[in-house]
Every structure is written in C-alpha cells, then in structure tokens.
Design a protein around this ligand. Structure first.
Ligand SMILES: [Zn+2]
Length: 121
C-alpha cells in the first residue's frame, strides 16, 4: 500500500521527467548543490542510496525530512560526497520509475517507511 499525499498532484502530459542525482562527483552534485535543490523543491522527494547505487538500499524521504536535510546534524559532505548519494525528483512516481531502472523492477523502495512520508510539513 502506498498512500501518498503528493500522488494526486502529479501533472500529466506536460510534465517532463526530471530526476537529479547528487553523488558528489563534482561541485554541481555535491552537498551544497543537493541542499540547494531541496530548498528549491519543498514538495519534492528524495531517495537515499549508497554512493555506489545499491538496489538493496533505496529509502524514500520528503524534502522536509531532517534525516536527509538537517545541516546541523551532519558535517558538510555527508549527504552526497562520502558514503551516500541522493536521488531527487518532484514526484514520487518519477522516483519509482528511477528505482525500476536501477535494480528494483517492482518500483518499491527499501526499508521501513520514514515518518516524513506520514505527515504533512
Ligand atoms: Zn524521511
């Protein structure tokens, strides 16, 4: 069961698929760029995966989730430049399509659903 408060908002037709992967490989994809994307997309979604994309670890979060966006909690670099990468999109559906391409053909995410998916900002 996936009841997403954002699902009904997905635009159809004119919406172009845009998934951004922040994996620290250059300055346009480091923590600063990632946190900038999050700030620009307050309604967006994030998949946390390993630095080497790992279908066994693909956890979904909302952009307001402190687990993946709190600047105080982690040193700069921890989100995208060491052990983890972040995959970002405006809709959960785009991320489902993305995980399907990267080793999870059923389009599911891993782990227990984060609490951020069960509350509105
Ligand atoms: Zn979360």
């Amino acid at each position: 069961m996936n009841i997403s408060p954002g699902a009904s908002r997905v635009e159809k037709g004119t919406h172009t698929m845009s998934v951004e992967i922040f994996d620290g490989h250059d300055s346009a994809h480091n923590d600063e760029a990632y946190l900038g994307w999050v700030a620009d997309h307050p309604e967006g979604y994030i998949v946390n995966t390993n630095a080497t994309i790992n279908p066994a670890y693909m956890v979904l979060h909302r952009c307001w989730c402190e687990d993946v966006t709190d600047k105080q909690r982690y040193e700069i670099g921890a989100y995208t430049q060491r052990h983890y990468a972040k995959v970002c999109a405006e809709s959960q559906e785009e991320l489902r399509e993305w995980v399907k391409k990267y080793g999870r053909p059923d389009g599911s995410f891993t782990g227990r659903e984060c609490r951020c998916l069960r509350r509105t900002q």
